[in-house]
Design a protein around this ligand. Sequence first.
Ligand code: PLP
Length: 237
Amino acid sequence: MNSIAERIKEVRNEIARVCEQHEIVPNRVKLIAVSKTKPASDIVSAYAAGHHDFGENYVQEAIAKIMQLSEYDITWHFIGPIQSNKTRDIAENFAWVHSVDRVKIARRLAEQRPAHLPPLNVLIQVNIDDEQSKAGVAPSEINELAATISNFPQLQLRGLMTIPAAQSNPSDSGASFAAMQRLFLDLQSQYKQVDTLSMGMSGDWPYAIAAGATMIRIGTAIFGARAQTPKNTGDLA
Ligand SMILES: *Cc1c(COP(=O)(O)O)cnc(C)c1O
């Protein structure tokens, strides 16, 4: 099996190829390596291959790795569902949060962001396919949440994130990604600092890039399959 370093290189090459195909400047797309359920040693392997941006879904698990790797120059992205009793840990330990979907969560993150840290970079998660099971706001709710977030000096509104409905054929996510692109451009026309559209995972990222994604979140294609799928009701114990 290929090493993590080799897989990162392959993914980067693929990203460059897809960008070229769509006439997109390759450095427009930032790769976030999603290390949930994987040990800190895997993160170190990716880091050694020159990768510095990592995404985590489970607060407890993430904090343990962040502590362990505090000597490394890593930008941590929180990408999982947010429970209100976990906002302090997120505000104190992450540079980015991709999954803000409630005013209450935004307010807590702002209040709990330590004063010595730069503003927390915030993306609004959009439930683009209107799935019962999924976090995220409806498109019609973006403006209100964006206005709230942009009023907090401790938060920096950077854009939108989505996880489209699972499809047996990943190209079927194209319409959802395109709808996100329209919402993103609309938000950008209202807020100058908005520059980030986070969408695309191991199975569908080329379609996300085609629709203007500026961050893609890749786990499996870099670190291999995850052993267990943790329950999405909360944290890993
Ligand atoms: C797990 C996860 C990913 C990565 O998924 P892969 O299919 O392993 O690439 C990306 N985004 C979010 C929000 C995730 O929970």
